[in-house]
Design a protein. Structure first.
Length: 264
């Protein structure tokens, strides 16, 4: 636990959160950036990107470890293959209410981006916009192949050892993610049912060399969401655009958020 971290008790689970403030505050009221990490991620695995984005946009931010990851408690009951929908529909609204966040932009990486889209489909009152980084709206063969490789690496021990530095419940965290994605017929969301209900602005970013998904993901997001959407396919970039091409991604997200950020 970082001294700045706070465990938020939601009754059936406790989630580790960290608040961020821009280093230079001009006193204007702006929206809050809520960062949703990848499938095997946590607060630390974002590195310094959330702070840099808060600095660039002058917005406050919140990062948190989702249920079962990092320093948060495990799932009280097994969510199975519906873990992303449940996180979006039942957990995230309660967390935002507990944190007193009434106006926000979701910034989600991989699974976190999918959760942000699932959340946006309910047209929640606090949500102003969504930014996704390598989000999945369908399960492509390239994704299943990469996850099978991760399962083999985890079973061999090396990947488990690396992840254990970040996750208190490492086996739970890994299998929650990996077992769902390789389950027969698994899809990360009901793309046809949910995406058309998203009316807030969406910015979808993906690496050209993403080992977990193709450009098809961007096309589906742009083609199906009900409101404005812009996409960016980043050259020389894999599954983590914010870490692999940080300057470009930081500039693009800042440009997108800046006109939307002021509250009132």
């Amino acid at each position: 636990m970082n001294p700045d971290d706070q465990l938020i008790d939601l009754g059936d689970r406790r989630l580790r959160t960290r608040r961020l403030a821009p280093r230079h505050d001009d006193g204007l009221e702006r929206t809050t950036l809520v960062f949703l990490h990848e499938g095997l991620g946590c607060i630390e695995m974002w590195r310094d990107f959330p702070q840099r984005l808060c600095d660039a946009t002058r917005c406050r931010g919140v990062i948190y470890d989702r249920t079962g990851y990092g320093g948060s408690s495990p799932w009280p009951t097994d969510p199975g293959v519906s873990y992303m929908e449940i996180e979006a529909d039942r957990v995230l609204p309660r967390l935002l209410a507990a944190l007193g966040i009434e106006d926000c932009v979701m910034v989600g990486h991989s699974d976190g981006g999918t959760i942000a889209l699932n959340y946006a489909a309910a047209d929640p009152e606090p949500l102003r916009a969504v930014v996704t980084l390598a989000a999945h709206v369908i399960n492509e063969p390239v994704c299943s192949t990469s996850i099978e490789k991760a399962r083999a690496a985890f079973a061999a021990g090396e990947l488990r050892q690396r992840l254990a530095k970040y996750h208190a419940h490492v086996d739970h965290a890994f299998h929650l993610w990996a077992d769902a994605w390789v389950a027969p017929g698994f899809q990360p969301m009901d793309a046809d049912g949910r995406l058309p209900r998203i009316m807030v602005p969406v910015q979808a970013i993906q690496g050209e060399d993403d080992e977990y998904g193709s450009e098809l993901q961007l096309g589906l997001i742009a083609g199906k969401v009900g409101g404005y959407c812009e996409t960016r396919l980043v050259p020389d970039c894999g599954h983590s655009p914010h870490l692999q091409q940080p300057a470009y991604v930081l500039a693009e997200i800042t440009r997108f958020i800046a006109p939307l950020a002021l509250v009132g």
